[in-house]
Design a protein around this ligand. Structure first.
Ligand SMILES: [Zn+2]
Length: 106
């Protein structure tokens, strides 16, 4: 997992020895299954600096835009249509994030 390699490299560079907490931002539209992600992280971080780190997830709402209706609307998932014309959004405006927002370490 790329995101973890980045995290670990940053920790090495900063001379940190043990990561206590990693906070991730996951958008509703990122296509990430958060439970699968956490399981994955626990496996992927074995024998790394992040081994015993707690993983905190921050969700971010999805937002879509329909150019036909000039409507911006909340999207619970990737299949949420425009509430006016019921077409898929022409643009995703938020919710596709998958990024590390904070790392706490010693
Ligand atoms: Zn529409």
């Amino acid at each position: 997992m790329n995101i973890l390699l980045i995290a670990e490299e940053e920790c090495h560079k900063a001379g940190l020895h043990k990561v206590e907490e990693v906070q991730l931002l996951v958008g509703n539209l990122s296509g990430v299954d958060t439970e699968a992600l956490i399981t994955c992280l626990h496996i992927a971080t074995r024998d790394t600096l992040l081994q015993s780190a707690r993983i905190l997830l921050d969700r971010k709402d999805g937002k879509g835009y329909c150019s036909g209706c000039e409507e911006e609307f909340y999207m619970a998932d990737l299949l949420t249509p425009c509430p006016v014309c019921f077409q898929p959004p022409t643009e995703f405006r938020a919710g596709q994030e998958l990024q590390i927002i904070a790392i706490r370490a010693e």
